[in-house]
Design a binder for this molecule. Structure first.
Ligand code: SAM
Ligand code: SF4
Length: 348
């Protein structure tokens, strides 16, 4: 089969074989990419029209006990200037975001032991009490099933935990010994079982990634059937072991976004900050490849520079209101519209 036929097969059958994915990823042409992006846009528009959901991202701590080789927040990076927000700081980010139209708040951070289950549940309760019409998404790493259950019972709606790679050998090249793919997958299946709208995902072009590991990623995504998928290019950070590795490819990232849209149809698919970092129109290009979510930053301006996962991460000094106004303009210009809505997965 040629690549255009493979893309059509992915649409109708909902998956491809490992070999077919490898063929498509390793031999796609500009024409194949444009075909996949157009089909992905049509599918997104069938489920979401021209609507783009916004999520208010609150990067509430950059303190992390993990040591992922790719990330600027890793515990062994002694040059990072560490910070954490208080519960009041977090609530005031929500207070800024709500009148701007945010109806989802994403609490993202390193694995910071200070934010134990009691404190997280207390924060979630308060957000839900003050903003009962809003969703809370967590992105705070690996935990036991019991902890996830407590967070869910406290009112959290969604959980983002990228699987990073579905190949265990590759996983061990991205993480130190104690961190395993087995546990990462267990966490993801636990989250699904508990009832969270669950997000997995990976970086495109992470060191030692191959077309084979990417095919495994797509097959794992098919198997997990998540409600959200986060895909962005790998970008090196100067104070990590991967400081001299090349960044991920724009075209391959766009193709993978399109393929995930074609495969999962109604998935919530963000156009990531990392994509916006490697190209000034990256976020628009992501939307034009089937993405339907953007996650503007609601964190205090003074701390944004410190949440530095990779070199050059876009962190504007605009207030949230000003940043959103600019983003709306850019999204309008490509024929899409930012909406005020929780933006749940259509089946949840
Ligand atoms: N600590 C939580 C976790 O790991 O799930 C949430 C925060 S973590 C910084 C969020 C995501 O950032 C990771 O899943 C990873 O894929 C991405 N990330 C980390 N370092 C990156 C880099 N150098 N380039 C691109 N993305 C990166
Ligand atoms: Fe910590 Fe997440 Fe960065 Fe890994 S990716 S070092 S868990 S913040």
């Amino acid at each position: 089969m040629n690549n255009l036929e493979l893309i059509k097969k992915l649409e109708s059958a909902g998956t491809l074989t490992h070999c077919e994915f490898v063929q498509l990823l390793s031999t796609f042409t500009e024409n194949d990419l444009e075909f996949a992006r157009k089909l992905a846009r049509e599918i997104a528009s069938k489920y979401f029209g021209n609507k783009i959901y916004i999520r208010g991202l609150i990067e509430f701590t950059n303190i992390c006990k993990q040591n992922c080789y790719y990330c600027g927040l890793r515990s062994e990076n002694k040059s990072a200037e560490r910070y954490r927000l208080s519960k009041d700081d977090i609530l005031s980010c929500c207070e800024t975001g709500y009148p701007l139209g945010f109806r989802t708040f994403v609490l993202q951070g390193g694995e910071d032991s200070l934010f134990d289950d009691d404190l997280m549940c207390d924060i979630i309760h308060s957000i839900k009490e003050n903003y009962p019409d809003c969703a809370v998404t967590l992105s705070i790493g690996e935990k036991s099933k019991e902890s996830y259950q407590r967070l869910f019972d406290a009112g959290a709606d969604r959980y983002l935990l990228r699987h990073e790679t579905a190949n265990s050998e590759h996983y061990s090249m991205l993480h130190p010994k104690g961190q395993t793919l087995e546990n990462r997958k267990k966490c993801l299946f636990d989250l699904k079982e508990i009832g969270f709208q669950t997000g997995c995902g990976f970086m495109v072009g992470s060191p030692h990634q191959t077309f084979d590991t990417l095919a495994e990623d797509l097959l794992f995504i098919r198997e997990l059937n998540p409600e959200m998928v986060g895909i962005g290019p790998f970008i090196p950070h100067k104070d990590t072991p991967f400081w001299n590795k090349p960044q991920g490819s724009l075209e391959l990232t766009l193709l993978l976004l399109a393929l995930v849209r074609i495969m999962l149809k109604n998935v919530l698919l963000p156009s990531t900050t990392a994509l916006g970092t490697i190209h000034k129109r990256g976020r628009e290009m992501g939307i034009l490849s089937g993405a339907n979510v953007v996650m503007p930053n609601l964190s205090p301006i003074k701390d944004r520079q410190k949440y530095m996962l990779y070199n050059g991460k876009i962190s504007t000094n605009e207030e949230a209101a000003e940043g959103l106004k600019l983003l709306k303009k850019r999204i309008d210009a490509i024929g899409y519209e930012i909406v005020t809505a929780r933006g749940d997965h259509p089946e949840k």
